[in-house]
Design a protein. Structure first.
Length: 367
């Protein structure tokens, strides 16, 4: 007689069906210091003021941070002209998405985002036993009409990335207003503006003013991109007061660290670093685009600090290009997980890094 199998803890239904998020890789076997252009990090790193504030905070890391991140809350409110009580802080804007999903989604509900929208929206929605509806992006661009066609009576949140990762496309201010006007009032519209500071297009608008007077709009930003603080994980959302208060009931305390608060406050005041970071992207994004197109590859218009490149040739495909770039010590981001197996996303780097990418792709194209 054999013993019956012993029961073991089991995750709730659906958890094991979720594909885990895989970030851009950071190492190449045999290469001591590869050029990492896979995660859309700031090529200039953190600014001097943020680094100095981080170092100065070391003497206080034995103490718990202010659970409300009041110093950072006031600085963000002042910098962007927002009401501090309506801000939600998180361990990166990823946590803000997760908190919103956890607060508003129940089993059977759904979220709507673009087909190529940021994967983080989907993961926490699925973890809350909601479903995900993806609006088509036939031209690598999400339209209000495509989103609205997916909204139904169980939709609770609509996520729009503007600019979008990984496509680099954006929605105009007029499009965001049109979408909001057509959405049912009980649906929360979340505009992810992680790459806002890199936008140069005149018809793009931040949704902060629209959110100020609406009961169902949230806007998120991050300190990982323009401020170069990706390793400190700091993001925030601006939402209606009732939304912010509801989220605060489940937000874990101390989710922004002491060094993170100090570095982020300093980064907000470092306009010279922000300008240098923006100028670098604005100078090299078009140069990369023009050069790579000249090799016969497709480059889609981008408003972020990266370009999306499509390799339509079966022989010179994205996987082969990625492997070749790796042999040159360059790490970029395959985006098959977004449904774009023939594309690579390449972060705009320093001048030397960008020239290395151009040289490597020139060689690859000539093979």
């Amino acid at each position: 007689m054999t013993d019956a199998p012993q029961a073991v803890p089991a995750p709730k239904p659906g958890i094991l069906d979720i594909a885990p998020y895989v970030g851009g890789k950071s190492r190449i076997e045999g290469v001591a210091e590869p050029m990492k252009l896979s995660s859309n990090e700031n090529a200039l790193g953190a600014g001097e003021k943020a680094r100095a504030a981080y170092e100065a905070s070391v003497g206080n890391i034995h103490m718990y941070p202010d659970g409300r991140a009041t110093k950072l809350r006031d600085a963000v409110a002042s910098h962007h002209g927002l009401e501090p009580e309506r801000l939600i802080f998180g361990n990166g804007s990823d946590e803000v998405f997760a908190l919103l999903n956890q607060t508003y989604l129940t089993p059977g509900d759904n979220i709507v985002s673009g087909k190529y929208g940021f994967l983080a929206y989907r993961i926490s929605a699925l973890a809350n036993q909601a479903s995900v509806k993806l609006a088509p992006e036939p031209d690598f661009r999400l339209t209000p009409e495509a989103i609205l066609a997916e909204v139904d009576e169980r939709t609770r949140i609509v996520y729009v990335s503007s600019p979008s990762n990984p496509t680099g496309s954006y929605n105009t201010g007029e499009e965001i207003r049109r979408l909001h006007e057509a959405l049912p009032s009980q649906v929360l519209l979340v505009i992810d503006e992680a790459y806002a500071e890199f936008v140069a297009e005149p018809d793009w608008e931040t949704s902060f003013p629209l959110a100020r007077d609406a009961d169902n709009i949230g806007v998120t930003r991050t300190f990982s991109k323009i401020h170069g603080l990706g390793g400190l994980r700091i993001g925030f959302g601006y939402a209606p007061l009732k939304v912010a208060e509801a989220v605060d009931r489940i937000r874990l305390p101390f989710n922004v660290s002491v060094p993170g608060i100090e570095a982020a406050v300093a980064a907000l005041g470092d306009e010279a670093h922000q300008k240098a970071s923006r100028d670098l992207v604005h100078a090299w994004r078009p140069r990369l685009t023009q050069a790579i197109k000249g090799f016969g590859f497709d480059v889609f218009p981008s408003a972020g600090n990266f370009v999306l490149v499509r390799f339509p040739d079966e022989k010179r495909n994205a996987a082969a290009a990625n492997d070749y770039l790796n042999t040159k010590g360059i790490i970029v981001r395959p985006v098959g997980g977004y449904g774009l197996p023939d594309c690579l996303r390449i972060t705009v780097g320093t001048e030397d890094q960008n020239r290395a990418v151009i040289d490597a792709l020139s060689e690859f194209a000539a093979r």
